[in-house]
Design a protein around this ligand. Structure first.
Ligand SMILES: [Fe+2]
Ligand SMILES: [Fe+2]
Length: 413
């Protein structure tokens, strides 16, 4: 019996058939009765070379799920896997469907190694066997993809398909992910997004692609609260298993560090400055430093004077320049952009490269007939970036929804 998410994603939970819901009971809201894992996705609890977090949701309360894993495929038989780890769980306060979010941290993994796993329990059943690959250690080359402003439309599905086929080790999402606006009544946006991710973001050999996510304006609501769990219920519910907030960093072997920032959605730009400076200072031993965030310092569709852009240039850009950030990945503007190298708000061969601007599934916005002074190239073009980091060189290729690379840049040249 097939328990894929196509089946539980009926438009009305009251109209599913017995065949569709499998072991779940008919005539009872599906949201209350199925403990089989759905919405399976991977994140990094800390070191991507040796850890991974397996995340999933269940409709029914499941006390504890177990991830059974091994370095060889075991065909989905729980007894056959060499190792196992129990999950923890939580709920999103006020979410009507009452789903449980489960996660299990797998630690002490070998770098650059494929792992195979299932997740579930005897009562609700297990997922089919899935796989992932840990990030290699040392200076081994690393490929990832990045983009933001996704949504759940066909254009996003097409881009996800091509993104997975580039065989990235992981994906960096620059905010505006499912466009649910932190509205608990719109959780279906996230279910569709997870379905698309799970079905399309697969490597050529079927591996899952772990997620590193930054927050965007469409992750938050307008409720009068300073509580991040109220303002961004899905982002905190789905991506904050380690309670680390909206700005954090990850170190990828001896290859590069990735700094994830919050462009003022839950934390103002300036409050991140001391932390940002310390992160940049700590990463000086690495050949490459990358950053990702939502609102661009150098927009291509919106105004150069937009407050978020102005504030980013005022408080972050001087640190990017001082500590030789290699490349900043920007989003939010729904178009393609490759900047010139920029320092002190001027073109400078020693400056920072800004790539963007978040068009990983949303319809592109117009960019104007003439180029702004800081733009090398700007287009109304859906895309994601394929990023290869290898011994200090960052090679970036922009790929469109037809799987064609339409822009390439190697930095430093
Ligand atoms: Fe957006
Ligand atoms: Fe946005």
């Amino acid at each position: 019996m097939n328990h894929s998410r196509d089946h539980w994603r009926g438009r009305s939970i009251w109209t599913v058939t017995l065949h569709q819901i499998g072991a779940c009971m008919v005539f009872i809201p599906l949201g209350l009765v199925c403990a089989r894992p759905i919405n399976l996705y991977l994140t990094y609890p800390d070191n991507p070379c040796s850890t991974i977090t397996v995340n999933c949701h269940t409709w029914e309360e499941a006390e504890t799920l177990t991830v059974h894993y091994d370095k060889v495929p075991r065909g989905g038989n729980p007894e056959a896997y060499a190792q196992q780890v129990k999950s923890r769980r939580k709920q999103i306060a006020g979410l009507p469907d009452g789903r449980w979010i489960h996660w299990a941290d797998l630690r002490d993994l070998e770098p650059g190694t494929a792992y195979y796993f299932i997740v579930g329990d005897e009562r609700g059943g297990f997922s089919r066997e899935r796989s992932f690959r840990t990030v290699p250690s040392g200076e081994s080359p690393i490929r990832f993809i990045t983009g933001g402003d996704m949504g759940v439309k066909e254009l996003c599905v097409q881009l996800l398909h091509w993104a997975g086929r580039q065989d990235p080790l992981f994906a960096v999402i620059g905010g505006d992910i499912a466009y649910a606006d932190g509205n608990l009544a719109r959780v279906d946006c996230w279910d569709s997004w997870f379905r698309n991710w799970d079905q399309e973001m697969l490597t050529s050999d079927g591996r899952m692609v772990p997620i590193v996510a930054a927050i965007g304006n469409h992750e938050i609501n307008e409720l009068p609260s300073s509580d991040p769990f109220v303002r961004a219920p899905f982002f905190t519910g789905f991506f904050w298993q380690q309670h680390e907030g909206t700005f954090f960093s990850r170190r990828f072997g001896e290859c590069f560090s990735l700094i994830v920032l919050d462009t003022g959605h839950l934390v103002p730009h300036h409050q991140q400055v001391p932390w940002l400076e310390e992160e940049l200072r700590k990463s000086q031993d690495l050949p490459v430093r990358l950053a990702v965030y939502h609102m661009p310092l150098y927009p291509s569709s919106r105004s150069f004077e937009d407050l978020g852009s102005v504030e980013g240039r005022r408080v972050w850009a001087p640190l990017f320049e001082k500590y030789r950030l290699t490349t900043a990945f920007e989003n939010h503007d729904h178009c393609f952009k490759r900047s010139k190298l920029l320092k002190s708000e001027a073109i400078d061969p020693e400056g920072v490269l800004y790539l963007g601007n978040g068009c990983f599934g949303v319809e592109p916005r117009e960019v104007g007939q003439t180029r702004r002074w800081y733009e090398e190239k700007a287009l109304a073009q859906p895309h994601f970036w394929i990023v290869d980091v290898d011994r200090g060189r960052v090679s970036c290729q922009a790929m469109n929804q037809e799987g064609k690379v339409f822009d390439r840049y190697v930095h430093p040249q």
